[in-house]
Design a protein around this ligand. Structure first.
Ligand code: HEM
Length: 500
């Protein structure tokens, strides 16, 4: 009876398997969640615009049609503003962050936090990020000089973005690049480590989210919570002890939101002035600051380092594209030292920007987006009706690799993005969403792109990269089935040589 829900509602459904429903492949670790949604899109997109599936007995809907996706993400956003991630506020204070919050609570917080991500604010943080990049460059120079020229770049780049995020979110200068055992790196690894217990909790979140709240199940392990609560408390106390301890970073901005409820306008930050017109002066609490700092850390380091890694992977498989990046860097930077690169200079590097956009097309770090209907809803362009509280999946990776949308989709061709339309023009609607879309898109997209680009400038200005294992030249990557974010199953090693 449960597994006929979609058929009864006149919606095409993927045949469910006993008990586990449609997602048995992901639960049994045969494929990642992203691949499951992608395969489903590829198989069914020409049959129906939507496809019903089941998380065990819970119905969910995959929307395959770019125009219907536009309705969900933008046009009828009010009916789809939540992700439907439930947690117990009392047992999990750190989970009360922007990604998980719903309804008015999410709206209020989004309005408050948006001004912390304007380009004006990022410019003030630029020197901090640049000093992390300098550490990365120095590390690579030393490493190659010492004959250590085959490296796991995924790990190194995650250590670099860990340095950036811990500096700008917590104001703490740690050095995970030279010290892989640094506590921030260890905590970062722990966030993405999937123990059996965490895997069970994640499964429950999909299958029976209400149970997670009722049974007071903790989503964030206690040791992670203790670490982040303590570090935020210490940082706030230190900053508030003296004006001299203030810094230009997210933590300082959140302290302003705690003490006055809004951000003081910057003379050169027009976007911030606009958002400050808001009447809302409700102040952030300590727990709210801790939860956001935790989220910025979790959402900010792995996403950007994975983007750098996928971009480097494709540039190493495509030496002609890497050559073009080198030429652009040589022309724009002309032996400029990393410390002299400005925010404006970085914006001039258009081809490198296209390489990042193209890497995110082939390898969207978040391969499927999630929304939940907040009311019964009827799609405007079809007779399809869905009930309140149905999870909606948007198959980002499937769309971005669809040959009907991108010619030769598996080819790494950054030139597509020189043209703002970038698809082949045959399909209308939303189909490129590495940062999501609509009012609930990634709030840190600019920051993510900035640290990705600056990191790539540092490593590509001075070095040439090749894949150490030549089998990756022609085979597709496999993905870790335990991870929701797109993560290569096997480590790729890179051979690095100095350009001078
Ligand atoms: C290349 C790097 C990044 C990628 C690919 C990425 C991708 C995404 C995606 C796909 C979403 C979901 C959007 C949706 O549902 O429509 C998201 C949400 C979010 N991201 Fe990012 N992200 C990146 C970097 C960052 C950084 C650096 C930060 C913060 C420092 C950040 C903070 C967030 C937050 C807070 C949300 C939740 C927004 C909300 O619900 O209002 N992200 N990100």
């Amino acid at each position: 009876h449960f597994h006929n829900y979609w058929t009864r509602h006149g919606v095409f459904q993927k045949d469910p398997t006993f008990f586990l429903g449609a997602v048995s492949e992901t639960i049994l670790l045969k494929q990642s969640f992203g691949e499951f949604i992608t395969n489903n899109y590829t198989k069914f997109k020409n049959i129906q615009k939507v496809c019903g599936i089941y998380f065990a007995y819970r119905p969910a809907l995959i929307v395959n049609d770019p125009k219907l996706i536009q309705d969900v993400m933008i046009k009828d956003f009010n009916s789809f503003q939540n992700r439907g991630i439930l947690f117990n506020h009392e047992v999990d204070p750190l989970a009360a962050h922007l990604f998980n919050l719903e309804g008015q609570k999410w709206r209020d917080l989004r309005v408050k936090l948006s001004p912390t991500f304007t380009s004006g604010k990022l410019k003030t943080m630029f020197p901090t990020i640049r000093s992390c990049v300098k550490t990365l460059e120095d590390y690579l120079i030393k490493s190659v000089q010492n004959g250590k020229n085959v490296l796991n770049m995924r790990d190194l780049m995650a250590r670099y973005t860990t340095n950036v995020i811990s500096s700008v979110a917590f104001g703490i200068d740690n050095d995970s690049i030279n010290d892989p055992n640094n506590i921030f790196r260890k905590m970062g690894l722990k966030i993405f480590q999937v123990s059996i217990k965490q895997a069970l909790i994640q499964t429950l979140l999909f299958f029976a989210p209400a149970l997670v709240v009722k049974a007071r199940i903790k989503l964030i392990p206690k040791d992670l919570e203790d670490f982040f609560m303590t570090i935020v408390k210490q940082t706030i106390d230190h900053r508030e002890a003296s004006k001299e301890n203030e810094r230009k970073d997210f933590m300082q901005l959140m302290i302003q939101l705690k003490n006055q409820g809004y951000l003081s306008a910057d003379k050169d930050d027009d976007e911030n002035k606009k958002s400050n017109n808001s009447e809302d002066v409700k102040k952030l609490t300590f727990n709210e600051i801790a939860a956001q700092a935790f989220l910025f850390f979790a959402a900010g380091f792995e996403t950007s380092s994975s983007t750098m890694n996928f971009c480097l992977f494709e540039l190493s498989r495509n030496p002609n594209k890497q050559k073009k990046v080198h030429e652009e860097l040589d022309k724009a930077l002309k032996d400029m030292a990393i410390n002299d690169i400005t925010y404006e200079k970085l914006n001039e590097l258009k081809y490198l920007e296209c390489c990042i956009d193209e890497a995110l097309r082939l390898y969207p770090i978040v391969p499927a987006l999630i929304r939940e209907s907040t009311n019964d809803y009827k799609f405007s362009t079809s007779n399809l009706k869905i009930e309140k509280k149905v999870p909606i999946m948007i198959p980002v990776m499937g769309l971005q690799r669809d040959p009907c949308i991108y010619d030769n989709p598996m080819e790494f061709r950054p030139e597509r993005f020189l043209d703002s339309a970038h698809g082949n023009g045959k399909v209308q609607g939303l189909f490129y969403m590495p940062f999501g879309d609509g009012p609930r898109n990634c709030i840190g997209a600019r920051m993510g792109k900035l640290q990705t680009k600056l990191g790539l400038v540092a490593i590509l200005s001075k070095f040439t990269f090749e894949l150490d294992d030549k089998k990756f030249l022609h085979t597709e990557l496999e993905y870790d089935p335990r991870q929701f974010v797109l993560t290569p199953k096997h480590e790729v090693m890179y051979k690095i040589s100095s350009r001078v």
